[in-house]
Write a protein that binds this ligand. Structure first.
Ligand code: KG4
Ligand code: ZN
Length: 355
């Protein structure tokens, strides 16, 4: 009997990550070196800086993951899964080069994985000591909400997606990060806004929602503009003339604006996701990507799903943000389906999940 263990590598953005996952579900090791502190200084990711940090951390992270999984020298590993895209070209190449080298050296199959597919398959993962529970039922509706992407798909069957819609301007996480900066909150904006919103005592301000009719598309740029005007006004600056100055905002106003912004993003994301689930007769909703860590969003979609009599399956917050275990989960499905890459596997920075 084979081990069913995949070694998974993820370096598409600013986390250097290696995991060992069994049969696409059970995590044996999940190691992440985060560059958040590195990029906080510049308020965002600088691609060259990110790629150099991957080079620095790739081997130590690999060694630690193998040690934790008892897979020293890759003992018991059946295949190597790696993110081929989308992402930053230089960052992707670091993980791909390691994966290609290990596959060649140990004569193991090499399985290329789409990063977004990983975010969806994170819903299948089980922590090392977590009791076994049912997999998300298919067909499902999948929502990916990350720093770079926001879209809805139908998951008709494993590895079979139909894109329903996506953002026509900013990704949800990008909007969180930009409004976080406007409010003078630390990078990344998502967790900081969520924390500020939780402390808000005034919860009656309403920012505009972009419904875009009945479509499954999203737009967050108008909301960002509304937030900018409100920050300017609250800091005593004419929004048509000057730049907003967050340093003049009292903490309760920051909290109020953070709540109003989050409420608008969450309402639109949740309404469209639940509506799509109903329209397409989904048996479950799965959600992934950094913004899926947001508790208000989780609660709202879970409530809508419950009203339809279906579950929302969303990983714990640490598996919503970038990690390699999710690449191991999606990689297993691809491995079973016979998807393989040759030693010439290259980065695909603009890879999409479905047409
Ligand atoms: O999936 P991810 O780790 O990286 C990308 O592939 O982009 O997502 C990072 C994004 C950032 O924009 C961050 O602000 C957002 O996820 N994020 C959150 C929360 N935690 C992370 N947004 C809202 N609420 C959170 N709790
Ligand atoms: Zn991601």
């Amino acid at each position: 009997m084979t081990s069913g263990r995949l070694l998974a590598i993820e370096t598409s953005c600013d986390e250097t990550a290696v995991a060992v996952v069994e049969r696409g579900r059970r995590i044996h090791a999940d190691v992440i070196a985060s560059q958040v502190a590195l990029h906080a200084a510049t308020g965002g990711i600088v691609p060259e800086v990110a790629a150099r940090a991957h080079v620095r951390w790739m081997i130590p992270v690999l060694e630690e993951a193998c040690r934790r999984a008892g897979a020293d020298g890759l003992a018991g590993i059946e295949a190597i899964a790696v993110t081929e895209g989308p992402g930053l070209a230089g960052s992707l190449l670091v993980g791909i080069t390691l994966a290609r080298t290990l596959a060649w050296l140990h004569d193991l199959p090499l399985v290329p994985v789409n990063h977004h597919e990983g975010h969806l398959y994170a819903a299948w993962l089980l922590d090392p000591d977590e009791p076994e529970h049912a997999e998300p039922a298919l067909p499902a509706i999948g929502l990916v909400v990350s720093g770079g992407h926001t879209f809805l798909v139908r998951i008709r069957d494993h590895l079979d997606y139909v894109r329903l819609g996506g953002t026509i301007d900013d990704a949800a996480g990008e909007a969180f990060d930009k409004v976080g900066r406007l409010l003078g909150l630390p990078y990344p904006g998502g967790p900081a806004i969520a924390a500020a919103a939780q402390s808000a005592t005034r919860r009656d301000r309403r920012f505009p929602r972009a419904w875009l009719g009945e479509s499954d598309d999203f737009s967050f740029s108008g909301l960002k503009t509304a937030a900018r005007r409100s920050v300017a006004e609250a800091s005593g600056v004419d929004p048509d003339r000057g730049e907003p100055d967050a340093s003049k905002l009292p903490p309760d106003v920051v909290a109020e604006l953070a709540w109003a912004f989050q409420d608008a993003v969450v309402e639109v994301l949740a309404t469209k996701t639940v509506r799509a689930a109903q329209r397409h007769g989904a048996r479950s909703i799965v959600m992934g990507g950094g913004v899926a860590a947001n508790q208000a969003l989780r609660d709202r979609i879970a409530g809508g799903a419950a009203a339809l009599g279906i579950p929302l399956v969303v990983p714990r917050p640490g598996l919503c943000t970038d990690n390699a275990a999710m690449i191991g989960a999606a990689g297993w499905r691809r491995y079973l389906a016979g998807v393989r890459a040759g030693p010439d596997l290259d980065a695909r920075p603009s890879l999409r999940l479905a047409a």
